[in-house]
Design a protein around this ligand. Structure first.
Ligand SMILES: [Zn+2]
Length: 193
């Protein structure tokens, strides 16, 4: 059997998307930490893991990052979400952004629900897709689609929400998230039974 191969993308570079709720939090920092933890956990299941960037300081265009997943079974882009520019304590849920063809709906929903349970968010985990002028609206998903890779963006709830932002600032919580996501992916792709 050919080994399972995944491309993990840390959303954004440098210090990007500062939380209006918790001063210490930058989305780009969380994305970077979590994507490396997820890499480590997936490798424990024998997965071949590539990442889209060598360091946090360097940007790479969205489409290119998605297209780096050529030959992979899955492309996963790691994020936290925002609603507007201000603190919003009501909106609090993980969401998987899946591709238009629907093949990622099941896995996307599983991941979102798993993250909702871990984080204890106010609303349930859910999925959505979005069509743009040239197919997928989101560049990374368009890039992944161009090389026929199943692509999912996972938003780990909202960094406009104080409770969720504080939760994401805790490295133990990120480790738990990486372990849970890796297990779910390993189960989904048959790396474990
Ligand atoms: Zn983001």
């Amino acid at each position: 059997m050919k080994p399972f191969k995944i491309c993990i993308d840390a959303g954004h570079y440098g210090k990007y998307n500062h939380s209006p709720a918790v001063d210490d939090y930058y989305e780009s920092d969380m994305n970077w930490k979590l994507h490396l933890m997820l890499k480590e956990e997936l490798e424990k299941y024998g997965a071949q893991v590539i990442t889209t960037r060598e360091n946090q300081e360097t940007d790479k265009p969205l489409f290119e990052r998605g297209a780096m997943s050529e030959g992979c079974d899955l492309f996963l882009s790691i994020h936290s979400n925002a609603v507007g520019d201000d603190v919003n304590e009501d909106v609090d849920y993980p969401i998987s952004i899946v591709q238009l063809h629907g093949k990622g709906d099941e896995l996307g929903l599983k991941i979102a629900k798993c993250v909702a349970e871990l984080m204890g968010t106010r609303q349930e985990g859910t999925i959505k897709n979005r069509r743009g002028e040239n197919g997928e609206y989101y560049g990374v998903l368009r890039g992944a689609a161009a090389v026929n890779t199943l692509g999912i963006i996972i938003e780990h709830s909202f960094h406009t929400n104080t409770r969720s932002t504080l939760w994401l600032l805790n490295d133990d919580n990120l480790k738990k998230t990486a372990k849970a996501e890796a297990k779910l992916i390993a189960e989904y792709f048959g790396l474990i039974s």
